[in-house]
Ligand binder design. Structure first.
Ligand code: MG
Length: 264
């Protein structure tokens, strides 16, 4: 066989092979995919039939921080300009060395109001251990000024389980006790969805909350049952979609720092 005839046979075999693999349905799918790709310029992903097409909107680019560049910084260690006293007037908790400390002047709330949100809070209970149960390092993060994520020194400190650190007060105990020692900084990372009410004040959708305590899941998308009152059955009372975030003064010198929130 001469060289020219051999090359011709190889080429014929290659063409036959490629033809066998290109069925009509595949050609149609490719044409559809190319049409989608034309509609979505810049997307490297070309879906075939029955695949999920890429969303048209590009996810917003942010600086992850911390804090993330799209977060509202509520306390950066310098001042309480974003806060007011629950009693009216300025927030008067002690600010020093990059943290703010509860000092018996009453709970404080944000001037801005929030609904659905991602929240980051750092806190520390007093290094000097005083009191016991609910009287040791008690404070609280009140979503929408009503629904308390408990802050407590729960390191070797017994109390009712749905009242310890990481609990939704008197509703849900934390899944685990991830508490650090008194005086050490701890974190809460929260995903919260506000309740929705109908025109008559009835509950259309309960609030839900997910909480990480020191990076550990302690509340897994639980439904809040109502205003987390100290006594009685918890009930909802209709309120506007956005409300202030509140930090509780429970007469223990609990400290907070690095508080930021992202509206969802
Ligand atoms: Mg409390």
């Amino acid at each position: 066989m001469n060289k020219l005839l051999f090359a011709g046979l190889i080429l014929t075999a290659a063409l036959m092979g490629s033809g066998c693999n290109t069925s009509r349905p595949t050609q149609k799918a490719k044409a559809e995919a190319q049409a989608v790709a034309k509609e979505n310029p810049g997307h490297g992903f070309v879906p075939l039939t029955a695949e999920v097409p890429p969303p048209k909107d590009e996810p917003k680019v942010i600086d992850a921080g911390p804090p993330p560049s799209d977060a509202v910084v509520l306390f950066d260690g310098k001042d309480l300009s974003q806060w007011k006293s629950e009693k009216g007037g300025d927030a008067n908790w002690k600010v020093a060395n990059g943290y703010v400390e509860v000092n018996g002047t009453g709970s404080i709330a944000t001037k801005q109001e929030f609904g659905d949100c991602q929240l980051h809070v750092e806190w520390a209970t007093p290094e000097e251990v005083k009191g016991q149960g609910q009287g040791r390092g008690n404070s609280g993060v009140f979503l929408q000024s009503r629904y308390e994520l408990q802050v407590l020194d729960s390191y070797n400190n017994n109390t009712y389980y749905h009242g310890q650190a990481g609990s939704i007060y008197k509703e849900y105990a934390p899944l685990v006790n991830a508490s650090r020692k008194p005086g050490e900084w701890q974190t809460y990372d929260v995903i919260y969805h506000a309740p929705r009410f109908d025109a008559n004040g009835g509950v259309e959708k309960a609030a839900t909350i997910t909480v990480l305590h020191n990076g550990v899941l302690v509340q897994d998308n639980v439904e809040i049952k109502g205003h987390t009152a100290h006594t009685g059955v918890h009930k909802y009372q209709a309120h506007p979609l956005k409300q202030p975030l509140m930090l509780q003064d429970h007469h223990n010198p609990v400290r907070y720092r690095n508080i930021w929130i992202r509206e969802l």
